[in-house]
Design a protein around this ligand. Structure first.
Ligand SMILES: Cc1cc2nc3c(=O)[nH]c(=O)nc-3n(C[C@H](O)[C@H](O)[C@H](O)COP(=O)(O)O)c2cc1C
Length: 200
């Protein structure tokens, strides 16, 4: 029996308690190409997130699911079901989004398209990178998330390929981003907690 239920002994408090149980937040690596830098960015976000101790954070690597291109197979590849199960197990997301031709990567779009209900009524933050901080990719991603009923939070850390990477490859983030990561995670956790109460 939960502490709150023991204390108050009513269902309403139990509901609040359930919503406050440790949130599971997936840090989704949006790129899958060989030589990609997204794992470096994702691990950095995870390290800062883990230091907070307020939720369970995990890296979710699209590449591991070996998703086919949507519609080109009969849809029985185990990775498709595993992808949906992983998303369903999460309460919120942080997208590591990189700019490809002024939008998100094809891999991320394909992975977004491969699930529906598993996205619904959850919150997300976006950490983007590119020559202009990946801002254009992030704005495209916000439009897609709206259709998937994912509530994307306002604070959006933007990393520069020129200022936060050496040779566009070795991730050396400037300290100034820490405050934005903190604010973004605060917002993701608040909204993830709230949205948990309306999911069946
Ligand atoms: C096909 C392609 C298109 C790109 N287009 C853009 C772009 O429009 N704007 C930009 O800022 N960077 C662009 N870039 C640079 C990427 O943002 C950069 O290579 C970044 O490291 C990609 O993320 P990844 O290493 O995780 O794959 C492009 C890269 C690729 C491979």
């Amino acid at each position: 029996m939960s502490f709150l239920k023991k204390l108050f002994g009513n269902d309403q408090k139990e509901e609040v308690n359930m919503a406050q149980e440790s949130l599971k937040i997936g840090i989704i690596l949006g790129s899958t190409r060989q030589g990609r830098v997204s794992p470096q960015v994702g691990e950095w976000v995870k390290k800062l997130a883990d230091e907070r101790g307020d939720a369970t954070y995990e890296i979710v690597d699209i590449a591991e699911y070996e998703l086919p291109f949507l519609g080109t197979t009969d849809g029985t590849e185990p990775g498709i079901a595993a992808w949906n199960e992983k998303l369903a197990s999460l309460d919120g997301f942080v997208f590591i989004a990189q700019e490809y031709n002024h939008s998100i990567s094809g891999s991320l779009k394909n992975a977004l398209d491969f699930a529906r209900d598993a996205w619904y009524n959850k919150a997300a933050g976006i950490v983007s990178y590119g020559s202009t901080g990946g801002a254009r990719a992030a704005e495209h991603l916000r439009g897609i998330l709206g259709e998937l009923k994912v509530a994307d939070v306002r604070t959006h850390p933007t990393l520069s390929l020129f200022l936060d990477f050496e040779n566009g490859q070795d991730f050396k983030p400037q300290d100034l981003h820490h405050a934005n990561i903190t604010a973004m995670l605060d917002e993701v956790n608040e909204w993830s907690t709230a949205l948990k109460t309306i999911r069946k």
